[in-house]
Write a new protein. Structure first.
Length: 332
């Protein structure tokens, strides 16, 4: 998990806003802002964050985000036709690019609910991560509401359930905030989700518009098995996450059924591609890392080490431990 790549967007924003003080890079692998790439390892991101928390403080970091007049993230979010589409598109992006963060959205009768899960290995950093994600969604909502009119009373209809965060969110946001025992979430009323974007241009909008809306037939296309295999491999190696068929379908703007049919026409399936990607990465980890077999299994997303051992045996006719020790039959 520590070596997984994550976007450096928020830490980059904080560093730039503060004028890149030297202390921000203490303990990291960066010599300065010029060496800070768009995606960095999670361990470096946590080191940057630890320095920011120590020198600036949690409350001020959140306040700095709220100083943005409009949501500053990917242009695709503010290109959305309405708030609902923006919420769903941003959720897909977070979920696919951040190994320690999982975001899901569900539609209820009166609201869309954004649920946020944080990886346990984030430990003491979970409060600030939780606050960052919740504030980002608040900023998206505030941006769309502000496109037509500014109403604090509208924003007060948004409700937030926090798990790891302290009182900072409740003090800074005009929302209903309660402490929950399970996952953090933000519920945005259906009435607000229809806030439209007056600058919406259909020609530049390239994302699906929510859970029940289909991609137009003119946009459906074939996706070859190699492209899917590469995406699965990237998710495992760079994000440390086992992708789902739904993730890949969204990436290629297809329905799950259409994507599965594409793969079947190519003589393979999502499961076969995932198994092969796991085996390829498993061999690499067995050779190049000191992870025990159960650690390799966990890194590949297996819930039990025995499942990895069975799959490896089936593929290579030898156990992972014996393969690591040089007892390798010819590969099929």
């Amino acid at each position: 998990m520590a070596s997984s790549k994550v976007p450096a967007g928020i830490t980059r924003f904080w560093g730039s806003s503060l004028g890149w003080p030297a202390w921000i890079f203490e303990g990291t692998s960066f010599a300065g802002p010029q060496s800070l790439t768009r995606k960095i390892t999670l361990i470096d991101d946590l080191k940057l964050l630890a320095n920011l928390l120590h020198h600036v403080g949690e409350a001020r970091l959140v306040e700095m985000m709220l100083d943005w007049p409009r949501y500053p993230g990917e242009a695709i979010v503010l290109a959305a036709p309405d708030l609902k589409a923006a919420i769903w598109s941003r959720s897909d992006s977070i979920d696919l690019q951040n190994a320690p963060i999982s975001v899901s959205v569900r539609s209820e009768r009166d609201a869309d609910v954004v649920e946020v899960s944080l990886h346990p290995e984030l430990g003491p950093f979970r409060p600030i991560y939780e606050q960052v994600v919740l504030v980002l969604y608040f900023l998206i909502a505030r941006s769309f509401i502000g496109m037509t009119h500014t109403s604090k009373s509208d924003l007060s209809e948004i409700s937030i359930r926090q798990v790891h965060s302290g009182p900072i969110i409740a003090e800074l946001l005009p929302c209903k905030v309660v402490q929950a025992s399970s996952e953090a979430s933000m519920a945005i009323p259906a009435r607000l989700l229809s806030h439209s974007n007056p600058d919406f241009d259909p020609a530049t909008w390239t994302m699906p518009v929510g859970p029940r809306q289909r991609v137009p037939r003119t946009r459906r296309r074939q996706v070859d098995a190699k492209a899917l295999a590469d995406a699965i491999s990237t998710s495992l190696t760079e994000l440390g996450r086992v992708p789902q068929l739904a993730d890949l379908a969204r990436m290629h703007e297809l329905s799950e059924r259409t994507l599965a049919r594409n793969l079947a026409n190519s003589g393979t399936s999502f499961r076969e591609l995932l198994d092969q990607a796991r085996m390829d990465l498993g061999k690499e980890l067995l050779l190049q890392s000191d992870l025990p077999v159960h650690g390799v299994a966990e890194r590949l997303g297996y819930s039990e080490a025995s499942a990895f051992v069975r799959s490896f045996n089936r593929q290579f006719n030898v156990s992972p431990a014996k393969w690591r020790n040089g007892q390798r039959p010819e590969f099929r």
